[in-house]
Design a protein around this ligand. Structure first.
Ligand SMILES: *[C@@H]1O[C@H](CO)[C@@H](O)[C@H](O)[C@H]1NC(C)=O
Ligand SMILES: *[C@@H]1O[C@H](CO)[C@@H](O)[C@H](O)[C@H]1NC(C)=O
Ligand SMILES: *[C@@H]1O[C@H](CO)[C@@H](O)[C@H](O)[C@H]1NC(C)=O
Length: 593
């Protein structure tokens, strides 16, 4: 998306150049050299196998590589002898024998069976904890409520994810780098951002909130240089008092507010800025005393970094704008912008404080607050994005990047729709319609978002039909169809949310699509059961490859989705299947003949 880059803005009359080339070299290399990289990985694989093989022949692999095992064996396995274990006649590892029992190193079992384990100490007693899987099952406490928490999304922190480049200053929603390193708006991710904030609003304690300046009751002590001016005026149009500011044309010195504010790092304000104006917030690391400046500038630039200055463009409209920024997220995304190792730049909230706010150029502000969170505001930022960015004709929210699901499927070309993106958006918009007390812009966007559910994948929609019979809403509308399970159920949830929240007479289409989809799910769910794990999609059926087994977090998502459906649909299939699949997570397997 070219509008995310290239632009320059100004702070204090200084031009800001966006000097960083996008995408970074690393990604360019990857894109053109996928084959070379794969070959390289293959060679490394072969090399390490050879190495392992010869190494094991000479000496115990486990003995060397796992010192924990070594110390256990010294204490508890006196009298144990070393013994070679021949693995399927393919290679040999070092094991222990004590009487008739043989002990295999856990590091080997971990790799061989993909099971997990760690040493843990309780009340001074060390023990080994074995687990078959690593993901969490959420048992719903009550019937699913489309006006309530979405799934268990109160636990999500979408904007913290490494594949989120930053939260756009213009749009107030995250920008993804998952499939395109320069960044793009990904409807599924934006909806998850909004739904997580909505869910947090319902589950977290009340936020702290401090009004800093509202030009009515709270006056901040701005430092105004002689070349600048600040006025508090009544704005007739808004019927509210606002704070107007102007600094001198050479912009050398801004209007400043010194602060010493800790803990609450979400800034929110109504703002209007003329061209070449800016609002900057200075943060300080309380331990190292390092200073960081976050500059919000009138530009369409997405984000850039120069020394300890992070810049976000907030657009350049001459209209009032409600701006809500999590300063910690903004700082972290800024500092890690150029670095592949994102974790390096994590500065805990507790170590930072706000020391200054600076205004430069000219403009006005109102309702300036600092809070511990602004979940509902961020939820509405997402809802507004969906209202603004829907294709009115098709009802879709396009995904502007190419997606290759796997060899054997044709690539999805930029502009494709996803049933999961549509469904999530509908879940979000239905909640916005409810929360806003009936703002029909949200309802209409949600209703319009149903359109692609009737349009076959081959015609730009998200509908696939299994064996000419069962309708399936495709997360990835591939050719041939892929039948991804979790995306389909998320789409069903969106349909359910709208069917429940839409006023009578407007819920019919959502209801029809939901019932039709549930019928498909009931009939097709067994196809995803692999006897000890689940399958992520049905590619083994449509392109005749090996099944694409769901990793444990996706398997847990399947389980969580079925448990949730069980609270709104009495068919015992959902509960029974969920129970069996929970069993798989602790190693249970279907019986064999
Ligand atoms: C949730 O939103 C309401 C406004 O709808 C607000 O009054 C409340 O403080 C918010 N609570 C949290 C935890 O965000
Ligand atoms: C903003 O800055 C640019 C470049 O310095 C200048 O050309 C432009 O006239 C300025 N705009 C305003 C409204 O001052
Ligand atoms: C500030 O908040 C008050 C109260 O919510 C509102 O009436 C006013 O319009 C807001 N100011 C701006 C500039 O939007």
């Amino acid at each position: 998306m070219s509008n995310l880059q290239n632009n320059v803005g100004t702070v204090g009359g200084q031009k800001i150049y966006h000097s960083i080339k996008d995408p970074p070299l690393f990604f360019v290399m990857m894109r053109f050299n996928v084959k070379v990289v794969l070959l390289f990985i293959l060679l490394i694989g072969i090399f390490s196998l050879l190495l392992l093989y010869s190494y094991c022949g000479v000496e115990s692999y486990a003995y060397r590589s796992n010192s924990k095992y070594l110390s256990l064996s010294r204490l508890d396995m006196q009298g144990a002898e070393e013994i070679e274990c021949d693995i399927n006649g393919e290679y040999v590892i070092g094991c222990r024998k004590e009487g008739d029992e043989v002990y295999l190193p856990f590091s080997f079992l971990h790799k061989y069976f993909e099971i997990y384990g760690k040493l843990a100490t309780y009340d001074g007693l060390e023990r080994f904890e074995w687990s078959h899987s690593y993901s969490k099952v959420y048992h719903p406490k009550q019937e699913y409520d489309p006006k309530g928490v979405f799934m268990y999304f109160e636990n999500y922190n979408v904007e913290v994810r490494e594949r989120v480049k930053c939260v756009s200053g213009v749009e107030g929603v995250p920008v993804s780098t998952q499939w395109e390193s320069s960044g793009y708006y990904y409807p599924t991710q934006i909806a998850q951002f909004g739904l997580s904030h909505y869910s947090k609003n319902l589950t977290e304690p009340e936020p702290r909130k401090k009004v800093i300046e509202d030009a009515e009751k709270e006056y901040a002590k701005w430092f105004v240089p002689t070349t600048a001016s600040v006025q508090r005026l009544f704005d007739k149009e808004l019927s509210s008092r606002i704070l107007k500011f102007r600094t001198s044309d050479n912009y050398r010195e801004g209007v400043k507010l010194k602060m010493d504010h800790v803990l609450d790092f979400v800034i929110s304000l109504n703002l209007i800025l003329s061209d070449n104006s800016s609002l900057s917030v200075t943060l300080q690391n309380r331990e190292t005393k390092d200073i960081y400046n976050l500059h919000y500038i009138t530009s369409s630039l997405l984000i850039t970094l120069q020394d300890n200055n992070v810049y976000y463009g907030i657009g350049s409209s001459d209209e009032w704008k409600k701006m809500t920024r999590d300063l910690i997220i903004d700082l972290q995304k800024g500092l890690s912008y150029l670095d592949k190792d994102k974790s390096k730049h994590k500065i805990p909230r507790s170590k930072l404080k706000i020391v200054q706010i600076v205004l430069q150029g000219s403009g006005a502000l109102d309702n300036l607050t600092l809070s511990s969170s602004e979940h509902i505001q961020q939820f509405y930022d997402a809802a507004e994005w969906f209202v603004r960015n829907q294709d009115g004709k098709t009802g879709g929210w396009e995904i502007p990047v190419k997606r290759k699901l796997a060899a054997g499927f044709r690539d999805l070309q930029p502009g494709w729709y996803s049933s999961m993106g549509q469904g999530h958006a509908i879940s979000l918009l239905a909640r916005a319609y409810h929360h806003s007390g009936g703002d029909t812009r949200y309802l209409n966007a949600a209703l319009n978002g149903l359109k692609p559910f009737r349009v076959p994948s081959s015609k730009g929609g998200v509908l696939a039909t299994f064996l000419n019979k069962y309708h399936w809403y495709e997360e990835y509308p591939t050719k041939p169809a892929s039948f991804v399970l979790n995306g389909f159920i998320y789409a069903l949830l969106g349909l359910y949310d709208l069917k429940v929240i839409a006023p009578p007479g407007e819920a019919d289409e959502a209801e029809f699509l939901f019932n039709d989809g549930m019928d498909s799910l009931r009939n097709m769910l067994p196809l995803f059961d692999m006897g000890s794990v689940t399958s992520y999609d049905l590619r083994h059926f449509t392109i005749h490859t090996a099944p694409n087994l769901a990793r444990w977090d996706y398997h847990a998502t399947h389980v969580n989705q079925l448990l949730l459906l069980h609270t709104i649909d009495s068919d015992p299939l959902f509960a029974q299947t969920a129970e069996r699949w929970i069993g798989y997570m602790s190693g249970k397997r279907s019986a064999h003949n």
